[in-house]
Design a protein around this ligand. Structure first.
Ligand code: PEP
Ligand code: MG
Length: 326
């Protein structure tokens, strides 16, 4: 298998019937970077910046943040990188940060964009570090746990102010700045058109979106495997995001664990995803699936899998049958 994955590395990321699908990797620390080349990833679809904060014993200084972002961009070369602003809070507690005290429901609590909009100095410092590190190249920044569109506007005001500040002091700025939002809180599913107008791209965080849609704690083994993301309700939700992106001309990608398993990656491609981001170790297996996949035939089957007929059925079972037949 490892031999096959190595051999696939240099092959284009294209299905049996010629459909190109971008396979990106998730990362979070400098030690992940060599995997970009080793796995043959098209880029970093999710860089979890909070990991630097989690392994530190105090808040990483602006210079340390900038140095890491620079290192990531240098390692990526021409490949795109999407940096997610710190997603702390929830299960990602920083022992040195007072104010993130114990909460009864941390997953629903003061975390991610909620926390950083309340402590804008954190966001400002991070934006400045990102803007400086990406001088002369593209910068893509993504906001976690967005619940309503106004949060994106507020974050955008903060980054725009940093851009003006750096420009005034003659800093070398990024050649372009794209701001995206993660779709991981179900409320966004009901404001998709407004969302798409507000951002340059969206990325679905399927781990949290599934947790919140099904009201099952993603870290609780007793319930976490009770419901299946490869089921019509969840797949329909993903499809509605893709459709809204299509209407607005806003790119939609997915960066949760769902992209890391060949069978679910197959379902995503059948729904219409053409860029997905996964753990580096998944790229080989997912690419092995992709090069054998007849996308057109799968797309034709998707109506049945999504349950357009209205009958009760087993989406995973239908996907498995499709995979076995092809
Ligand atoms: C997700 O929720 O799917 C996601 C990619 O973010 P994280 O796993 O870091 O919460
Ligand atoms: Mg998440």
């Amino acid at each position: 298998r490892q031999e096959l994955y190595r051999e696939l590395r240099s092959r284009p990321s294209v299905s049996r019937d010629g459909v190109e699908v971008e396979l990106m990797m998730n990362a979070g620390l400098a030690v992940d970077l060599p995997q970009l080349g080793e796995a043959g990833a098209a880029g970093i679809g999710l860089f979890r910046t909070e990991l630097q904060f989690m392994v530190a014993s105090t808040f990483p200084r602006a210079q340390a943040q900038e140095a890491l972002y620079r290192q990531v961009l240098e390692a990526a070369g021409d490949k795109p990188v999407t940096f997610r602003t710190i997603d702390i809070g929830g299960d990602k507690v920083l022992p040195y940060f007072r104010g993130s005290e114990k909460e009864e429901n941390p997953a629903l609590g003061w975390r991610a964009i909620r926390l950083t909009l309340d402590r804008p100095a954190l966001l400002r410092t991070q934006f400045r570090a990102l803007l400086k590190a990406a001088g002369g190249r593209e910068l893509r920044v993504m906001l976690p746990m967005v619940t309503e569109v106004s949060e994106i506007r507020r974050a955008r005001e903060i980054i725009d102010r940093e851009v003006r500040h750096l420009a005034r002091f003659g800093h070398h700025l990024p050649t372009s700045l794209s701001i995206g939002a993660m779709v991981e809180v179900p409320s966004l599913l009901f404001q998709l058109d407004e969302l798409m107008r507000e951002v340059d791209f969206v990325s679905i965080g399927s781990n949290d979106l599934f947790q919140f849609m099904t009201a099952t704690d993603r870290g609780n083994g007793t319930v976490a495997s009770r419901f299946d993301p490869l089921s019509a309700p969840f797949l329909r939700a993903l499809k509605s995001v893709l459709d809204a992106g299509c209407r607005a001309g806003t790119p939609v990608t997915l960066c949760g664990e769902l992209a890391s398993r060949p069978i679910s990656a197959m379902a995503l491609i059948g729904l219409g995803f053409r860029s997905i981001s996964m753990s580096a170790a998944a790229i080989g297996p997912v690419k092995a699936m992709l090069v054998d996949l007849p996308v057109e035939a799968l797309t034709a089957q998707m109506g049945l899998i999504l349950g357009d007929g209205g009958g009760a059925h087993d989406a995973r079972g239908l996907l498995r049958t499709f995979a076995a037949d092809h």
